[in-house]
Design a protein around this ligand. Structure first.
Ligand code: PHE
Length: 442
């Protein structure tokens, strides 16, 4: 069960989003906050989500309202859990398109042929162009929608079982290589030596948002997952195992990317393009001495990224399609087309916000940033808050006890139940509210 859950949690959130968010928030001090946020806030939220899911035995849309019928706030939570994945999918598929482009560039040996100085500018040229990113975003989203429409996601999920371990091996290989680049030690220091002057109130909201994002929390995914979990499974072990492996994967990705960022002379706060600038630099340097290895590693790397992005995009689309099917009787095919059109159009705007629509900003954020910020820093927090409040105040304590200790049979869980329950009921909601508010004030 840990493997299955970790497989769904580990993805672009760890390898693409974590490094650039760390880079935008000053490095090691942020990493420290992130680790604390994962253990003290995300872990209780995770446990609350699987508990609600296993109790309700339905997907996230109806989970809370079925356990507490008649209250419209829990219906609202259900609607949020459908809306958030769609907002995320709109820009997630743009990143999917970028990954696809970099896979094609790897296959046509562009990183091998360019020298390391030129290779970092390939991304900038690509992203500011109008058509290629849009076309690739639509191709990527279209492929995912096609898979969802045909109900063949089991196929790609089987495939993805192999890609996560492959990605893990490649990351370790990249760490080895990128740490040995000249100038890389500064990147290692950046990631491990905290400078607290870089931290402000917003860092906390970003750390919690990133942690939720990476663990697929606050978007109904884990509630739905929980509904499939067998009665005899140990929810606490599964939650802790998933959180720790996701955290480790993020740290490894950071260790692979940051040294390369410094070695290549890229600004750590360069934003969403960070891995698309730094990783090709590593492959290009590698290719100077070993072209065949450089070419092979870059193809496998971007292929695994594309597959990881596809599995996430598919599971995010799946939420909307099953909602349309259950609620309005829309067929899978029609549902997939509707979602393709909505997310496709929204994604086009996100994609254009790096080029022609660059100037269109609100509070210094372009359209892409707004989608990402709105979902990760606002809506995920609201949804997670509703879930912990529901678990702490609506579900009966005996029922939560029953789920978390499997009817008292898991002795360790029973021994620490009161602490965990206190975290879920009091610490997590209060922390989320404080973080949420200070994020706006300071
Ligand atoms: N948690 C995933 C990641 O880190 C993203 C994701 C969210 C995947 C929701 C599936 C569902 O990339």
């Amino acid at each position: 069960m840990i493997f299955a859950m970790a497989g769904s949690a580990i993805g672009l959130g760890n390898i693409w989003r974590f490094p650039f968010i760390v880079g935008e928030h000053g490095g090691a001090a942020f990493v420290l906050i992130y680790i604390l946020a994962t253990l003290l806030i995300s872990l209780p939220v995770f446990l609350a989500e699987v508990t609600v899911g296993r109790r309700a035995r339905t997907s996230s849309y109806g989970a809370m309202s079925s356990l507490s019928p008649g209250k419209s706030i829990w219906k609202f939570a259900g609607i949020l859990s459908v809306a958030i994945p769609l907002i995320i999918d709109s820009y997630y598929s743009v990143i999917g398109g970028w990954s696809l482009d970099f896979l094609l560039k790897s296959v046509t040996l562009q990183f091998v042929k360019s020298n390391p100085q030129e290779v970092t500018s390939i991304f900038g040229n690509f992203i500011t162009s109008t058509w290629s990113p849009i076309i690739l975003h639509l191709v990527f989203l279209g492929a995912c929608a096609f898979i969802v429409a045909n109900g063949i996601k089991a196929g790609i999920e089987k495939f993805s079982k192999y890609t996560i371990p492959v990605l893990f091996v490649l990351i370790v290989l990249l760490i080895y290589y990128s740490v040995s680049l000249p100038g890389a030690s500064q990147g290692v220091k950046y990631l491990l030596k905290p400078d607290f002057s870089q931290v402000n109130a917003r860092s906390f909201a970003y750390a919690v948002g990133q942690s939720f994002y990476s663990l697929s929390l606050g978007m109904g995914a884990i509630i739905t997952y929980g509904s499939y979990v067998k009665k005899e499974e140990n929810l606490m072990v599964a939650s802790a195992g998933t959180a720790v492996s996701d955290l480790m994967f993020a740290m490894l990705a950071g260790l692979a990317i940051m040294p390369a960022v410094f070695a290549a002379g890229i600004e750590p706060g360069a934003g969403p393009g960070l891995i698309f600038q730094s990783v090709p630099f590593v492959f290009s340097t590698m290719s100077a001495s070993h072209p065949a290895i450089g070419a092979a590693v870059s193809i496998i790397f971007f292929l695994t990224i594309v597959v990881a992005a596809m599995t996430s995009c598919i599971s995010l689309l799946e939420v909307g399609v099953s909602f349309l099917k259950d609620r309005y009787g829309v067929s899978r095919i029609k549902g997939s087309i509707i979602l393709f059109l909505i997310c496709g159009a929204a994604g086009v705007l996100c994609s254009l916000s790096f080029g022609p629509l660059k100037g269109l900003t609100l509070w210094g954020m372009n359209i892409f940033d707004i989608f990402d910020w709105l979902s990760s820093n606002i809506l995920l927090l609201v949804m997670a808050l509703l879930t912990v409040v529901f678990t702490g105040f609506v579900l009966k304590k005996e029922d939560v006890w029953d789920e978390i200790t499997n009817g008292g049979t898991k002795k360790f869980n029973a021994a620490i139940f009161n602490v965990v329950y206190f975290l879920i009921k009091w610490v997590t909601p209060v922390a989320i509210v404080i973080i949420f508010i200070t994020n706006f004030i300071f």
